[in-house]
Design a protein around this ligand. Sequence first.
Ligand SMILES: N[C@@H](CCC(=O)N[C@@H](CS)C(=O)NCC(=O)O)C(=O)O
Length: 214
Amino acid sequence: MITVWGEGRGFRVVWLLEEMGLAYRLRPVDLLAGVEHDAAFLALNPAGFIPAIQDGDVTMVESIAIMEYLMARYGPTPLAPNPRDPAFPAYQQFLHLGEAGLAASIYFVVGARNFAPETERRNWSAGQALEVFESRLGLVTRQLARSRYLAGEAFTAADISVTYALELARRAGGVTLGETEQAYVARTSAREAYQRAMETCQGTKAWAAKADAQ
Ligand SMILES: N[C@@H](CCC(=O)N[C@@H](CS)C(=O)NCC(=O)O)C(=O)O
């Protein structure tokens, strides 16, 4: 049985597990309550960030690396095109751009907007992080003008990676998505596996409902 520790970007992992039909359980980690109070989690990941997984003897962190591990270990799966498939380069690029380009930058905008002292909310680094996010978002927009999903006509794990980042940006980063991205997120989040993942991730579900009501 695979254990996923923590929601946040752990939502990507849970969504992937649902898409692949693999058995798992979610172990919540409450970052807001203070990870220092969660000795079991710190024993697993002393760096204190989520998500982490345990799969038998395997312990891993980093949501994209975890997804790549699960698809390689329990695939093959159409969520990860074969390296010889013409869809592979775009798949690989957007799988990583979803975290390195989009989520990693908007995460700090979210922090500044929602958690920083009032005088720090529009600091220079938050502004730079937003510029980085927006420039990478342009690549997503351009790709979606060419194809239904980021690696072509078929849904892949790259769409899980990027959808997570776009929803984070829209719900907590003050970003207004364009029509193309809105239609894309409506498409990816309508998937049954996404809906099941949302039911598993009750913290994410509550956060999303609150953000969408505002
Ligand atoms: N690149 C990592 C980012 C992990 C990350 O920053 N997670 C956030 C929550 S989604 C977190 O744990 N933040 C608290 C911290 O970094 O101490 C991934 O994709 O898993």
